[in-house]
Design a binder for this molecule. Structure first.
Ligand code: BEZ
Ligand code: FE
Length: 311
């Protein structure tokens, strides 16, 4: 670097670090070095690696955008608000991670593609342990509003062998875009669990998924609003599939043709998870002979492939 010249650098994704005089740049470098070395004595190697990488990236961010003291104050205020609204039922930090794509990036890194194993996506905040058990062919809606949807498929391993007795937990929002835990009256609806049969088969009645907004009445909602982003999630049905010796799969299926597939607020959509929900007119015979009267319904097939454990 030539003395007296201001330096700038262009990073990936078109970011440009503004030019600063070399003496200033050296003062800033020196601070980064001091902060980094403050962790040198940490005997937990992984913790040291995490903290030092965090410091490097944090300082690179601060310097790239030349953050003002006023902006730093606003950032602290924002994180304080995220903390203030978080409690046992509302996890605003997870929502922040989801809307920044950090949840999806962590899932993508930790669930590497393995053969034709079904892809994973975000867990979301609406899973509840201990949902009611239903028989195969049962109804998970328990009174949740929405058009009935017949869901069927198989669970196999990557060699195509059926996995009998796999636990399938499913949950979804109702036609008003609400999960049961948002009703506020303790009711259980739109969720259940069931097990696959000897051929790995499963089937149940759910409701045709519809789009809904993530909780957006808090600081994360304000952030989305300030940047002109929508809180809407593409229509989906959640699955968690567990079978001994296999990687537990947390995923959803999405509705082909849905308006929000390209703008899902938490970046959860993967093309392999977009399925045909086939619309059926009222009066079309149902797979199990259920009489739906004048009600239209839909059907979807989702064949699930589990990766071996540890892959
Ligand atoms: C959900 O799909 O339930 C969800 C996922 C991430 C944030 C909010 C909701
Ligand atoms: Fe959801």
């Amino acid at each position: 670097m030539t003395s007296g010249q201001e330096t700038s650098a262009t990073g990936e994704y078109g970011t440009t670090a503004p030019a600063v005089p070399p003496e200033q740049s050296e003062r800033e470098d020196e601070l980064v070095r001091r902060v980094l070395s403050s962790f040198d004595g940490c005997t937990d190697r992984r913790l040291r690696q995490l903290m030092q990488a965090l410091v490097r990236h944090l300082h690179a961010f601060l310097r790239e955008v030349r953050l003002t003291e006023d902006e730093w104050g606003k950032a602290i205020e924002f994180l304080t608000a995220v903390g203030d609204i978080t409690d046992a039922r509302r996890q605003e930090f997870v929502l922040l991670s989801d809307t920044l794509g950090a949840s999806m990036q962590t899932i993508t890194m930790n669930n590497e593609a393995h053969g034709d194993a079904t892809e994973a996506t975000v867990f979301g905040p609406f899973f509840v342990n201990g949902s009611p058990e239903i028989d195969r062919g049962g109804d998970i809606s328990f009174g949740a509003s929405g058009e009935p949807c017949w869901v069927e498929g198989t669970v196999t391993d990557t060699a195509g062998r059926p996995l009998a007795g796999a636990l399938i937990e499913v949950w979804e929002a109702d036609a008003d875009g609400l999960y049961d835990v948002q009703y506020g009256d303790g009711r259980t609806a739109g969720r259940a669990h069931l097990y696959t049969d000897r051929e790995g088969g499963y089937r149940f009645w759910g409701i045709t998924p519809t789009p809904y907004p993530i909780p957006h009445d808090g600081p994360v909602g304000s952030m989305l609003n300030a940047v002109g982003r929508s809180p809407m999630r593409a229509s989906h049905l959640h699955f968690m599939v567990t079978h001994g010796g296999h990687r537990t799969l947390v995923t959803h299926i999405f509705v082909r043709g849905d308006h929000y597939l390209d703008s899902d607020s938490v970046f959860g959509v993967k093309q392999s998870l977009v399925k045909d929900f086939k619309q059926q007119n009222a009066g079309t015979p149902t797979p199990d002979g259920r009489d739906l009267g004048q009600q239209s319904w839909s059907k979807v097939r989702f064949d699930i492939v589990l990766a071996p454990e540890g892959r």
